[in-house]
Write a protein that binds this ligand. Structure first.
Ligand SMILES: Cc1cc2nc3c(=O)[nH]c(=O)nc-3n(C[C@H](O)[C@H](O)[C@H](O)COP(=O)(O)OP(=O)(O)OC[C@H]3O[C@@H](n4cnc5c(N)ncnc54)[C@H](O)[C@@H]3O)c2cc1C
Length: 387
């Protein structure tokens, strides 16, 4: 049995702590905040993430707390016309082996927290990890206030502004120039709870979906900084305008990411979640990728050989998440165009074969490492590392 330390109790850190505890390791999670919790509203979970939650025995709880939408719909924010959609029904679920789920992030966080407690994770609050020293087969976490914790490995899941990432990569978050306003409100009568809708406008987009069994409406408005919320959506269709009063005005989130990092591991310190691969959220994949990280690291570490496991984890996860980061940026560029670009985008989307999975297989599909069993993962990666 190894001793695993996790720095950070967001969705990524909790998933890592849970999967390590489930694999039989002794796990201590150190969270800087005085309370565990999540700020924000909804989360979309693609089948690449819900497949993992199913394997961990948590998907039923997530579905019970959330909504199973039937369609992902893309619309032009100026005219309101539908551009294309992705049906999320039986064919989609058969293809990817799991459903598309939308859930309040505090509900998912709560389910993971409870799962950690049940799995025996030692959950420590009010303890920020300032620095990690790794020596041979051990790692030491030095915390604010003087506490020191030792383990076989430290998993740094301290988020987009990760301080621990600085021990491996010399970079800073990059500002895309866009900001997000979020908000939830009681679901209006005329809102179709079966759809996740993304409206594309010049220098802006707007996302809407129902949460908590259809009781809440979740909205995210993303637009280029420099305008206020109302002027950013001037000229947009009535359905978009109607949603604006329900957004929280007192807080917004800058849309930040970083260049993909090739180095995720140094000695017995490994990055995970946003600390490893912060991304623009246009593919709705930040948390999904954190769950993939947690799964992969636990699968690789099952044999107890941490040096091999960490090398394989980096080798498998870094290229995969780099592709998601790069595609999310590109996706944003496509969503936010105006003029002739907008005309071409709309034409391309409207003439796309709606039964095709060509744009989603790489992300959700069974070609990804997340569908292989832990045993198969270890064997395949061990031979890849040997080659
Ligand atoms: C507008 C918006 C919409 C999004 N929508 C989606 C979506 O639909 N689907 C999706 O999959 N993702 C989405 N995401 C992304 C997702 O929210 C993040 O990728 C995910 O929450 C990252 O989790 P994390 O645990 O890696 O980091 P965080 O959630 O940032 O957690 C980090 C934790 O570490 C703690 N911490 C920080 N420093 C220290 C330290 N030194 N020591 C100890 N603890 C520390 C923090 O207090 C925090 O609890 C969205 C993000 C935004 C901004």
């Amino acid at each position: 049995m190894s001793e695993v330390l996790v720095a950070g109790g967001g969705i990524g850190g909790l998933a890592a702590a849970f999967t390590q505890a489930r694999a039989g390791h002794r796990v201590r999670l150190l969270e800087r905040a005085q309370e565990f919790g999540e700020v924000g509203a909804g989360l979309q979970l693609g089948p690449n993430a819900t497949r993992l939650l199913a394997g961990w025995g948590l998907l039923d709880r997530v579905i019970a707390a959330g909504v199973l939408p039937e369609r992902l719909v893309f619309r032009d924010a100026l005219t309101g016309e539908e551009l294309t959609d992705l049906p999320l029904g039986e064919d989609f679920q058969d293809r990817y082996g799991a459903p598309y789920v939308v859930v309040h992030r505090s509900d998912l966080h709560g389910i993971l927290l409870e799962a950690c407690r049940a799995a025996g994770v030692d959950l420590v609050r009010g303890t920020g990890v300032e620095r990690v020293e790794t020596r041979g087969e051990r790692a030491t976490a030095y915390c604010a206030g003087g506490a020191v914790h030792d383990g076989d490995v430290v998993i740094a899941a301290d988020g987009l502004q990760s301080g621990l990432r600085g021990q491996l990569v010399a970079d800073e978050p990059l500002d895309s120039g866009f900001i997000a306003h979020r908000g939830t409100c009681p679901l209006p009568d005329d809102f179709d709870t079966t759809e996740v809708v993304a409206w594309f406008g010049p220098d802006c987009h707007f996302v809407q979906y129902a949460l908590r069994g259809g009781k809440l409406l979740n909205q995210v408005a993303v637009f280029r900084r420099g305008r206020d919320l109302d002027s950013a959506y001037e000229g947009c269709c009535e359905q978009v305008q109607k949603g604006l009063p329900y957004l929280w005005r007192d807080r917004n989130w800058p849309m930040l990411d970083r260049e993909p990092a090739r180095t995720w591991v140094r000695g017995r310190l490994a990055l995970l979640g946003d600390a490893a691969h912060p991304m623009l959220q246009y593919l709705a994949q930040g948390a999904c990728q954190a769950l993939e990280d947690a799964h992969e690291l636990a699968a690789q570490a099952a044999g107890g050989d941490w040096d091999r496991a960490l090398a394989a984890y980096q080798e498998i996860r870094a290229p995969r998440t780099a592709r998601v980061q790069a595609t999310a940026r590109l996706w944003g560029d496509i969503w936010h165009v105006d003029g002739v670009g907008r005309i071409l985008r709309n034409e391309l989307f409207q003439t796309r074969d709606r039964s095709s999975y060509v744009y989603t297989d790489w992300l959700y599909g069974e070609t990804t490492v997340t569908t292989r069993s832990a045993a198969a993962d270890s064997t395949a990666t061990a031979s890849a590392v040997r080659r």
